[in-house]
Ligand binder design. Structure first.
Ligand code: LLP
Length: 428
């Protein structure tokens, strides 16, 4: 029973020889995603939130195989752009399964979304400002509308992802009743309120999370009093997962209990939209060692993945577990003693390191390293800086491996220049 699956899958739980062999077959760097683990994560969360509607935050990993897997499990899809909505529909989602969260939406997104809504009238748009509501009305949209509020309380693993108190997100909660009353008068189909406290909420931030859901519950009651019954109260995502080897998982049962208490008596459906929780520990990034050198104060291990492949360490100082898979499948030969190493990528910036002075078995050229917890915000944030093509992705399912997205080529990187003269002005 997958519900009984372990709450955490550590990098140490993966078979080193099996991972290493994937690089022989598919090259390096390579993203690996275990779809069975994605299913397990979904089912565990569903068991903890049995009466909630669960949307998957596509931004964490938009691979088509992930979207179809989570749809099969019963998840709806929360989309951050028209592009993500397009992917969701292409993965077979019906309009009622799609929620589009508009954050300062480019005109091209709104044009596309309103067209899509004409085809899929059950689609939900979550607006975070009165301007967005006006711009939807200008385009003739009077469909399902959810209001994103700013609860004034944030949590998360880094300042850059604590959305709940960041000014750019949502309408200040104290203005929500007025904004929704006005939108209802203008003929929108008001379905709910929404907020997202932040990403990577950890055990020591549960008080902030409790305070956040309590505010959402109070606000929902105010809105229902003034505007009428709500269909849903969406409290966003953000459930953290352990990245460090010794970190404990979040006590989700207590998060769920606090959330249920806070939302309380109202009839509205509790909606949650986690991303990271489903995919983070289902993914590993594999990378080849190409350089080992004694630098001034440390041993530098040069690898072919970099901040363009996985930007989280460079961007948030995020910790990702690392293993030398070759050294381990060697059976820990004596020359592989444990020494502090700095693992660095090929990009021309000093921030392009995955770790500094990490205790690892001595690395050699052509070893394969595994970087863990790479399933969330890994490929999604990859880019082509230094004209570096993005890597391939393989998925594991039912004991098989298959290529899910091919490796880019330099030709893929330069293609838009060749189309420059005929290119569109669209800004989607
Ligand atoms: N809903 C909304 C409206 C969001 O903005 C996000 C994440 C989520 C749901 C899902 O949050 P999750 O459950 O995945 O924590 N790139 C950063 C994370 C940014 C998250 C942005 N919003 C990282 O790598 O840590």
């Amino acid at each position: 029973d997958v519900r009984a699956s372990p709450p955490v899958r550590r990098l140490a739980d993966w078979d080193p020889a099996e991972l290493e062999s994937l690089v022989d077959d598919y090259g390096s760097p390579l993203y690996v995603l275990d779809l069975e683990r994605v299913r397990e994560n979904y089912r565990r969360l569903e068991a903890v939130f049995p009466d909630a509607d669960i949307l998957y935050a596509v931004k964490a990993n938009a691979l088509g195989d992930v979207l179809s897997t989570l749809r099969e499990e019963g998840a709806g899809l929360e989309c951050a752009s028209a592009g993500e909505v397009q992917r969701a529909l292409e993965a077979g989602a019906s309009g009622s399964e799609v929620h589009y969260t508009a954050v300062n939406p480019p005109a091209g997104d709104l044009d596309w979304i309103v067209d899509a809504w004409n085809e899929h009238p059950e689609l939900t748009v979550t607006a975070g400002s009165e301007d967005t509501i006006d711009r939807l009305a200008d385009r003739g949209y009077d469909g399902r509308l959810c209001l994103r509020v700013n609860p004034g309380i944030g949590a998360g693993h880094h300042e850059k992802v604590r959305t709940g108190a960041a000014a750019k997100f949502g309408v200040p909660a104290e203005r929500a009743v007025d904004v929704l009353t006005d939108a209802a008068d203008r003929g929108f189909d008001i379905v709910g309120i929404h907020a997202h406290v932040g990403s990577g909420v950890s055990s020591d931030q549960l008080d902030a999370h409790r305070e956040f859901v309590a505010r959402m519950g109070d606000l929902a009651r105010d809105v229902e009093g003034a505007v009428g019954d709500l269909e849903l109260v969406d409290v966003g995502g953000g459930f953290g997962v352990p990245y460090r080897e010794d970190e404990d998982p979040l006590d989700l049962a207590s998060v769920a209990a606090a959330t249920r208490d806070a939302i309380g008596e109202i009839d509205a459906r509790l909606t949650i939209e986690p991303g990271r929780y489903f995919v983070a520990d289902a993914g590993v990034l594999l990378t080849d060692v190409n350089t080992v050198k004694d630098a001034r104060d440390t041993t530098v291990v040069g690898v072919d993945a970099g901040m363009t492949t996985l930007i989280r360490p460079a961007m948030y100082g995020a910790y990702h577990p690392i293993r030398n898979l070759t050294a381990e499948s060697d059976g820990g030969s004596p020359e592989r003693e444990i020494v502090p190493q700095t693992v660095a990528g090929p990009i021309c910036e000093s921030g392009d390191v995955f770790c500094t002075e990490r205790e690892l078995p001595v690395s050699k050229r052509e070893d394969v390293l595994g970087i863990g917890n790479a399933g969330a915000y890994g490929y999604e944030m990859a880019n082509q800086y230094n004209s570096r093509p993005r890597p391939a992705s393989v998925v594991l399912e039912d004991g098989d491996v298959r290529l899910s997205r091919r490796r880019e080529t330099v030709d893929d990187v330069t293609r838009p220049e060749r189309g420059a003269r005929s290119g569109s002005r669209g800004n989607r």
